[in-house]
Design a binder for this molecule. Sequence first.
Ligand SMILES: [Zn+2]
Length: 253
Amino acid sequence: MSVILQRERLGASSMAEQVLRNIGPIVLLGPPGAGKGTQSKRITEHYRIPQVSTGDLLREHVKQATPLGVQIRDLMARGELVSDHLVCDIVAWRLREPDVERGFILDGFPRTATQAVWLDSFLKFEFFETGKWAAWLPIVVCIKVDYNKLLLRITGRRTCPVDGTIYNVYSNPPLVDEICDKDGAKLVTRDDDREEVIRERLDAYERQTKPVAEHYQQLSRVVDVNGDLPLDEVTASIVRVIDHNAESAVGSN
Ligand SMILES: [Zn+2]
């Protein structure tokens, strides 16, 4: 089902209401290869809300040599990790910009239970108690994928070293095995797409995400969506979760 069809089904007037009302904070969780980046982009476009990415913010602070950026650069130079405290400072600074007032989607944050606890109280003080929002806890959308299907999807990837075209030996094979349709170059498997690398990244994802997912599960804020469906259907599921949440919690403003 195409996005255009879904929009027609929603109707023009309901679309206008949806893009303008308060959506609140959204956390999107999903393992590498589950299409989180694509879905995140679609959600920001659908609701016209920004994505707040801690990776981008850290890089931007370092580049502009802000006081926080200088601290981060020094930590990195010493090979130390950026502390929860510093990451939270950076997120606080970003969430005080006016463009986040209807809502935003978080990327790479919260990454630890400490960050999640901090986020909840920040949102409470800055958005709930100031009367901007009727609720403050984020809605956590978890893109669930079948582990084995995901492995096939990623390990089936072949990349053309000449023009960067990506094929998949299972779902989108080239006309001739292992050869790029466009320029005849021999396709390669990128190191990132090798099974042992993927398994390690999936395990790391599970380990990292678990404390954050558990924190929000205890607060009944986690909704799973089926990430094995086609992209458009996954987007539609995420939109339904966010709309439902906005109606029941944040919609009164
Ligand atoms: Zn090529």
